[in-house]
Design a protein around this ligand. Sequence first.
Ligand code: AKG
Ligand code: FE2
Length: 318
Amino acid sequence: MATTHSIPSVDLADFLSGDPARKAAFVQQLGKAYEEVGFVAVKNHGIPDELIANLYNNVQEFFKLPYDIKHQYEIPELAGQRGYTSFGKEHAKGYDAPDLKEFFQVGQTVEDDDPTAESYPANVFVGEVAAFTPTFLKAYRGFENSGKALLQAIALYLGLDEHYFDNKIHNGNSILRAIHYPPISTEPKSSIRAEQHEDINLITLLVGASADGLQILDKQNNWVPVTSLPEQIVVNVGDMLQRLTNNRLKSTTHRVVNPPREMWSTSRYSIPFFLHPKSGMKLDALESCITAENPLAYEPITAGEYLDERLREIGLKK
Ligand SMILES: O=C(O)CCC(=O)C(=O)O
Ligand SMILES: [Fe+2]
Protein backbone atom coordinates (compact mmCIF):
# COMPACT_ATOMS: atom_id res chain seq x y z
CA MET A 1 0.00 0.00 0.00
CA ALA A 2 1.16 3.53 -0.70
CA THR A 3 2.12 6.06 1.92
CA THR A 4 -0.11 8.68 3.43
CA HIS A 5 1.22 11.67 1.50
CA SER A 6 -2.01 13.54 1.76
CA ILE A 7 -2.60 13.63 5.51
CA PRO A 8 -0.33 14.46 8.45
CA SER A 9 1.00 11.63 10.56
CA VAL A 10 1.38 11.48 14.36
CA ASP A 11 2.86 8.95 16.78
CA LEU A 12 0.62 8.04 19.72
CA ALA A 13 3.70 6.75 21.59
CA ASP A 14 4.69 10.43 21.98
CA PHE A 15 1.48 11.15 23.86
CA LEU A 16 1.81 8.10 26.09
CA SER A 17 5.59 8.46 26.62
CA GLY A 18 5.44 10.23 29.98
CA ASP A 19 7.82 12.86 28.57
CA PRO A 20 6.03 16.23 28.95
CA ALA A 21 7.74 17.77 25.91
CA ARG A 22 6.85 14.85 23.60
CA LYS A 23 3.32 14.81 24.95
CA ALA A 24 2.86 18.56 24.40
CA ALA A 25 4.27 18.29 20.87
CA PHE A 26 1.79 15.50 20.06
CA VAL A 27 -1.13 17.62 21.32
CA GLN A 28 -0.10 20.50 19.05
CA GLN A 29 0.47 18.25 16.01
CA LEU A 30 -2.87 16.53 16.40
CA GLY A 31 -4.80 19.74 17.04
CA LYS A 32 -3.22 21.54 14.10
CA ALA A 33 -3.92 18.57 11.81
CA TYR A 34 -7.58 18.59 12.88
CA GLU A 35 -7.91 22.34 12.33
CA GLU A 36 -6.32 22.17 8.89
CA VAL A 37 -7.04 18.73 7.41
CA GLY A 38 -9.49 16.88 9.69
CA PHE A 39 -7.67 13.57 9.09
CA VAL A 40 -4.44 12.11 10.53
CA ALA A 41 -2.55 8.83 10.24
CA VAL A 42 -1.68 7.46 13.69
CA LYS A 43 1.20 5.06 14.32
CA ASN A 44 1.72 3.10 17.54
CA HIS A 45 -2.06 3.18 17.93
CA GLY A 46 -2.09 0.26 20.36
CA ILE A 47 -4.31 -2.17 18.41
CA PRO A 48 -2.25 -5.34 17.83
CA ASP A 49 -1.58 -6.25 14.17
CA GLU A 50 -2.69 -9.80 14.84
CA LEU A 51 -6.08 -8.62 16.09
CA ILE A 52 -6.54 -6.49 12.98
CA ALA A 53 -5.60 -9.44 10.75
CA ASN A 54 -8.09 -11.68 12.61
CA LEU A 55 -10.75 -9.06 12.26
CA TYR A 56 -10.31 -8.88 8.48
CA ASN A 57 -10.29 -12.68 8.16
CA ASN A 58 -13.55 -12.98 10.07
CA VAL A 59 -15.13 -10.18 8.10
CA GLN A 60 -14.26 -11.86 4.80
CA GLU A 61 -15.68 -15.18 6.06
CA PHE A 62 -18.92 -13.49 7.06
CA PHE A 63 -19.54 -11.64 3.82
CA LYS A 64 -18.85 -14.86 1.83
CA LEU A 65 -21.93 -16.45 3.44
CA PRO A 66 -25.02 -16.80 1.23
CA TYR A 67 -27.38 -13.82 1.27
CA ASP A 68 -30.17 -15.84 2.95
CA ILE A 69 -27.95 -16.47 5.96
CA LYS A 70 -26.65 -12.91 6.20
CA HIS A 71 -30.20 -11.61 5.82
CA GLN A 72 -31.20 -13.50 8.99
CA TYR A 73 -28.95 -11.06 10.84
CA GLU A 74 -30.74 -8.01 9.39
CA ILE A 75 -33.04 -6.30 11.92
CA PRO A 76 -34.78 -3.27 10.37
CA GLU A 77 -36.18 -2.09 13.74
CA LEU A 78 -32.60 -1.46 14.87
CA ALA A 79 -31.97 0.96 11.98
CA GLY A 80 -28.79 -0.91 11.01
CA GLN A 81 -27.25 -0.12 14.39
CA ARG A 82 -26.68 -3.82 15.18
CA GLY A 83 -26.18 -6.77 12.85
CA TYR A 84 -26.31 -6.85 9.06
CA THR A 85 -27.45 -4.23 6.56
CA SER A 86 -27.81 -5.56 3.02
CA PHE A 87 -26.45 -4.08 -0.20
CA GLY A 88 -28.01 -0.82 -1.34
CA LYS A 89 -29.79 0.23 1.89
CA GLU A 90 -27.76 3.22 3.04
CA HIS A 91 -27.27 6.43 1.08
CA ALA A 92 -25.28 9.55 1.94
CA LYS A 93 -27.12 12.57 3.32
CA GLY A 94 -28.59 14.56 0.42
CA TYR A 95 -28.18 11.69 -2.15
CA ASP A 96 -30.86 9.28 -3.37
CA ALA A 97 -28.61 6.67 -4.97
CA PRO A 98 -27.54 4.06 -2.42
CA ASP A 99 -23.90 3.29 -1.69
CA LEU A 100 -22.53 0.06 -3.24
CA LYS A 101 -21.91 -1.71 0.06
CA GLU A 102 -23.22 -4.16 2.64
CA PHE A 103 -22.15 -3.90 6.27
CA PHE A 104 -22.33 -5.36 9.77
CA GLN A 105 -22.36 -3.32 13.00
CA VAL A 106 -21.40 -4.18 16.56
CA GLY A 107 -22.24 -1.86 19.45
CA GLN A 108 -21.46 -1.30 23.10
CA THR A 109 -21.54 -4.04 25.74
CA VAL A 110 -21.81 -2.54 29.23
CA GLU A 111 -19.80 -4.53 31.78
CA ASP A 112 -20.43 -2.46 34.92
CA ASP A 113 -23.69 -1.43 36.59
CA ASP A 114 -24.19 1.67 34.42
CA PRO A 115 -27.95 2.12 33.73
CA THR A 116 -27.00 3.21 30.17
CA ALA A 117 -26.95 -0.54 29.44
CA GLU A 118 -30.76 -0.50 29.15
CA SER A 119 -30.64 1.93 26.25
CA TYR A 120 -28.52 -0.32 24.02
CA PRO A 121 -29.92 -3.12 21.88
CA ALA A 122 -28.13 -6.46 22.24
CA ASN A 123 -25.42 -7.33 19.76
CA VAL A 124 -26.22 -9.85 17.05
CA PHE A 125 -24.15 -13.03 17.28
CA VAL A 126 -23.06 -14.70 14.06
CA GLY A 127 -23.34 -18.47 14.50
CA GLU A 128 -21.69 -19.50 11.22
CA VAL A 129 -18.32 -17.83 11.88
CA ALA A 130 -17.40 -18.83 15.43
CA ALA A 131 -14.66 -16.24 16.04
CA PHE A 132 -16.53 -13.34 14.44
CA THR A 133 -18.32 -11.88 17.47
CA PRO A 134 -15.55 -12.46 20.08
CA THR A 135 -12.99 -10.89 17.73
CA PHE A 136 -15.24 -7.90 17.14
CA LEU A 137 -15.81 -7.38 20.87
CA LYS A 138 -12.08 -7.49 21.55
CA ALA A 139 -11.32 -5.06 18.73
CA TYR A 140 -14.13 -2.78 19.96
CA ARG A 141 -12.32 -2.33 23.31
CA GLY A 142 -9.01 -1.76 21.52
CA PHE A 143 -10.48 1.04 19.39
CA GLU A 144 -12.20 2.53 22.44
CA ASN A 145 -8.88 2.72 24.29
CA SER A 146 -6.98 4.28 21.41
CA GLY A 147 -9.83 6.72 20.83
CA LYS A 148 -9.85 7.68 24.51
CA ALA A 149 -6.15 8.61 24.38
CA LEU A 150 -6.69 10.65 21.22
CA LEU A 151 -9.62 12.48 22.81
CA GLN A 152 -7.44 13.24 25.85
CA ALA A 153 -4.99 14.94 23.50
CA ILE A 154 -7.84 16.81 21.79
CA ALA A 155 -9.16 17.95 25.19
CA LEU A 156 -5.75 19.38 26.09
CA TYR A 157 -5.55 21.12 22.71
CA LEU A 158 -8.92 22.75 23.37
CA GLY A 159 -7.80 23.95 26.80
CA LEU A 160 -10.09 21.49 28.61
CA ASP A 161 -9.21 19.07 31.37
CA GLU A 162 -7.31 16.10 29.91
CA HIS A 163 -10.09 13.77 31.08
CA TYR A 164 -13.00 15.92 29.80
CA PHE A 165 -14.22 13.19 27.41
CA ASP A 166 -13.40 10.13 29.56
CA ASN A 167 -16.72 9.64 31.33
CA LYS A 168 -18.71 10.91 28.35
CA ILE A 169 -17.34 8.09 26.18
CA HIS A 170 -17.24 5.40 28.90
CA ASN A 171 -20.08 3.03 27.88
CA GLY A 172 -20.67 5.33 24.91
CA ASN A 173 -22.77 4.48 21.87
CA SER A 174 -19.80 3.68 19.61
CA ILE A 175 -20.13 1.40 16.60
CA LEU A 176 -17.64 -0.95 14.99
CA ARG A 177 -18.70 -1.34 11.35
CA ALA A 178 -17.34 -3.88 8.87
CA ILE A 179 -18.02 -2.87 5.27
CA HIS A 180 -17.88 -4.99 2.12
CA TYR A 181 -17.91 -3.27 -1.26
CA PRO A 182 -18.57 -6.23 -3.63
CA PRO A 183 -16.91 -6.72 -7.01
CA ILE A 184 -18.34 -4.61 -9.82
CA SER A 185 -19.92 -6.71 -12.57
CA THR A 186 -21.47 -4.18 -14.95
CA GLU A 187 -20.59 -0.58 -15.91
CA PRO A 188 -21.54 1.34 -12.76
CA LYS A 189 -23.91 4.34 -12.99
CA SER A 190 -21.39 6.44 -11.13
CA SER A 191 -17.77 6.09 -10.11
CA ILE A 192 -18.68 6.00 -6.44
CA ARG A 193 -18.74 3.11 -3.95
CA ALA A 194 -19.62 5.36 -0.99
CA GLU A 195 -20.89 8.85 -1.80
CA GLN A 196 -19.30 11.91 -0.22
CA HIS A 197 -20.28 12.48 3.39
CA GLU A 198 -19.10 13.55 6.80
CA ASP A 199 -19.12 11.13 9.75
CA ILE A 200 -21.72 11.71 12.47
CA ASN A 201 -19.72 10.80 15.59
CA LEU A 202 -16.88 12.45 17.63
CA ILE A 203 -13.94 10.76 15.87
CA THR A 204 -13.60 7.79 13.48
CA LEU A 205 -10.73 5.30 13.64
CA LEU A 206 -10.16 3.34 10.43
CA VAL A 207 -7.75 0.43 10.14
CA GLY A 208 -6.05 0.16 6.75
CA ALA A 209 -8.70 -0.78 4.20
CA SER A 210 -8.07 -3.79 1.96
CA ALA A 211 -7.76 -1.59 -1.14
CA ASP A 212 -7.39 2.00 -2.28
CA GLY A 213 -10.41 4.19 -2.89
CA LEU A 214 -10.79 6.52 0.12
CA GLN A 215 -10.54 10.20 -0.83
CA ILE A 216 -10.87 13.41 1.17
CA LEU A 217 -11.96 16.81 -0.10
CA ASP A 218 -9.25 19.41 0.54
CA LYS A 219 -9.67 23.17 1.07
CA GLN A 220 -9.18 23.82 -2.67
CA ASN A 221 -12.06 21.40 -3.41
CA ASN A 222 -9.78 18.71 -4.83
CA TRP A 223 -10.30 15.01 -4.08
CA VAL A 224 -7.12 13.66 -2.53
CA PRO A 225 -6.53 9.89 -2.10
CA VAL A 226 -5.77 8.57 1.39
CA THR A 227 -3.95 5.27 1.62
CA SER A 228 -2.50 4.26 4.94
CA LEU A 229 0.54 2.21 5.76
CA PRO A 230 -0.31 -1.17 7.28
CA GLU A 231 1.00 -0.11 10.70
CA GLN A 232 -1.08 3.09 10.80
CA ILE A 233 -4.71 3.83 11.38
CA VAL A 234 -6.52 6.83 9.93
CA VAL A 235 -8.40 8.94 12.47
CA ASN A 236 -10.76 11.74 11.44
CA VAL A 237 -12.98 14.30 13.12
CA GLY A 238 -16.75 13.72 12.89
CA ASP A 239 -19.64 16.17 12.97
CA MET A 240 -20.21 15.85 16.73
CA LEU A 241 -16.69 17.11 17.49
CA GLN A 242 -16.96 19.77 14.81
CA ARG A 243 -20.19 20.94 16.41
CA LEU A 244 -18.78 20.89 19.95
CA THR A 245 -15.83 22.98 18.77
CA ASN A 246 -18.04 25.38 16.77
CA ASN A 247 -16.24 24.38 13.52
CA ARG A 248 -12.75 24.89 14.94
CA LEU A 249 -11.92 21.19 14.31
CA LYS A 250 -12.97 20.04 10.83
CA SER A 251 -15.23 17.14 9.96
CA THR A 252 -13.79 16.67 6.49
CA THR A 253 -15.89 15.40 3.59
CA HIS A 254 -14.76 12.03 2.25
CA ARG A 255 -15.91 9.28 -0.14
CA VAL A 256 -14.89 5.93 -1.59
CA VAL A 257 -14.44 5.68 -5.37
CA ASN A 258 -14.53 2.64 -7.64
CA PRO A 259 -11.25 0.99 -8.58
CA PRO A 260 -9.87 0.99 -12.12
CA ARG A 261 -11.56 -1.52 -14.47
CA GLU A 262 -8.84 -4.16 -14.05
CA MET A 263 -9.69 -4.27 -10.34
CA TRP A 264 -13.47 -4.56 -10.74
CA SER A 265 -13.45 -8.25 -9.90
CA THR A 266 -12.06 -7.55 -6.42
CA SER A 267 -13.94 -6.80 -3.23
CA ARG A 268 -12.98 -3.93 -0.95
CA TYR A 269 -13.27 -4.28 2.83
CA SER A 270 -12.91 -1.58 5.46
CA ILE A 271 -13.59 -1.44 9.21
CA PRO A 272 -14.31 2.00 10.68
CA PHE A 273 -14.90 2.48 14.42
CA PHE A 274 -17.30 5.37 14.95
CA LEU A 275 -16.58 6.71 18.43
CA HIS A 276 -19.77 8.10 19.98
CA PRO A 277 -20.35 9.47 23.48
CA LYS A 278 -23.28 8.49 25.66
CA SER A 279 -26.49 9.86 24.18
CA GLY A 280 -26.93 12.41 26.99
CA MET A 281 -23.73 14.32 26.16
CA LYS A 282 -24.47 17.92 25.28
CA LEU A 283 -22.89 19.01 22.00
CA ASP A 284 -23.38 22.72 22.78
CA ALA A 285 -20.39 24.69 21.50
CA LEU A 286 -17.54 25.13 23.97
CA GLU A 287 -17.24 28.74 25.25
CA SER A 288 -13.58 28.85 24.24
CA CYS A 289 -14.53 28.12 20.61
CA ILE A 290 -17.00 31.02 20.30
CA THR A 291 -15.31 34.29 19.32
CA ALA A 292 -16.14 37.48 17.43
CA GLU A 293 -14.53 36.00 14.28
CA ASN A 294 -16.17 32.61 14.86
CA PRO A 295 -19.67 33.31 16.24
CA LEU A 296 -21.91 30.53 17.55
CA ALA A 297 -22.90 28.37 14.56
CA TYR A 298 -25.24 25.71 16.01
CA GLU A 299 -28.26 25.27 18.27
CA PRO A 300 -27.78 23.23 21.45
CA ILE A 301 -28.48 19.49 20.96
CA THR A 302 -27.61 16.22 22.70
CA ALA A 303 -25.60 13.46 21.03
CA GLY A 304 -28.65 11.17 21.08
CA GLU A 305 -30.95 13.72 19.43
CA TYR A 306 -28.33 14.48 16.82
CA LEU A 307 -27.77 10.80 15.99
CA ASP A 308 -31.52 10.25 15.48
CA GLU A 309 -31.73 13.20 13.12
CA ARG A 310 -28.79 11.91 11.09
CA LEU A 311 -29.97 8.28 10.88
CA ARG A 312 -33.22 9.54 9.34
CA GLU A 313 -31.27 11.58 6.79
CA ILE A 314 -29.27 8.55 5.59
CA GLY A 315 -32.28 6.27 5.22
CA LEU A 316 -31.54 3.90 8.12
CA LYS A 317 -34.26 5.20 10.45
CA LYS A 318 -37.86 5.83 9.41
O1 AKG B 1 -14.61 2.44 3.40
C1 AKG B 1 -13.91 3.38 3.82
O2 AKG B 1 -12.68 3.39 3.66
C2 AKG B 1 -14.54 4.54 4.55
C3 AKG B 1 -15.98 4.33 4.86
C4 AKG B 1 -16.61 5.53 5.45
O3 AKG B 1 -16.21 6.64 5.23
C5 AKG B 1 -17.78 5.38 6.36
O4 AKG B 1 -18.34 4.27 6.46
O5 AKG B 1 -18.15 6.39 6.98
FE1 FE2 C 1 -17.07 8.05 6.61
